[in-house]
Ligand binder design. Structure first.
Ligand SMILES: Nc1ncnc2c1ncn2[C@@H]1O[C@H](COP(=O)(O)OP(=O)(O)OP(=O)(O)O)[C@@H](O)[C@H]1O
Ligand SMILES: O=C(O)C1=C[C@@H](O)[C@@H](O)[C@H](O)C1
Ligand SMILES: [Mg+2]
Length: 169
């Protein structure tokens, strides 16, 4: 069973996932990063050159494959909208990193290009989250608030919350 991080762009899936895996001594993969590595260009360029539908097919294939081979996995922000991916997530530990629109906008503003947020980061996030929040909520087996807390703090909390379950194994 993998630990899977879901949530909005800017929630911290990539950053927290990497830290969490390191703290637990488990293997880690970020699906966006893996697609970029295999295709040889950034997600934004795949969107621009081949279109979103093509990216979503790559995302489906990569996510389903990586779920079977890695212990901590950070999904792309929109992956949970794909029914085939939702089905593949069944039985895994799903952590929803929650973030407010304000914090997510500030975080992605500082970071690399996100094709779906181009033009109006805040407005696009509001639209995306209106559709996605109920899905994140439904899939999550654990929810963590990330507003006002650094990625290391979030990862520490996740490790702490796992300890009782692991001791009982
Ligand atoms: N808890 C946090 N507090 C402050 N900044 C954070 C936190 N988590 C992540 N960040 C910063 O916010 C930015 C976005 O984080 P990250 O890339 O991990 O988000 P993501 O959820 O993977 O987004 P995407 O869906 O676009 O891949 C990065 O610059 C990261 O350093
Ligand atoms: O929110 C989304 O739909 C996306 C988020 C990123 O992780 C990438 O997967 C891509 O930019 C699409
Ligand atoms: Mg990411």
């Amino acid at each position: 069973m993998a630990i899977v991080l879901i949530g909005a762009p800017g929630a911290g899936k990539s950053t927290v996932g990497k830290r969490l895996a390191r703290k637990l001594g488990r293997s880690f993969v970020d699906v966006d990063a893996r697609i970029e590595e295999v295709i040889g260009k950034p997600v934004a360029e795949i969107f621009a050159d081949e279109g979103e539908e093509h990216f979503r097919r790559l995302e489906e294939e990569a996510t389903i494959e990586l779920l079977g081979s890695h212990e901590v996995i950070s999904l792309g922000g929109g992956a949970v909208m794909n029914p085939a991916i939702r089905e593949a997530l069944d039985g895994h530990e799903i952590i929803w990193l929650k973030v407010s629109i304000g914090q997510a906008s500030r975080r992605v503003g500082m970071n690399t290009v996100r094709p779906l947020l181009l033009g109006n980061v805040r407005g696009r996030l509001i639209e995306l989250l209106r559709e996605r929040t109920p899905v994140y909520e439904q899939l999550a087996t654990q929810v963590v608030e990330t507003d006002g807390r650094g990625s290391s703090e979030v990862a520490d909390q996740l490790v702490a919350e796992r300890l009782p379950a692991e001791d009982a194994e």
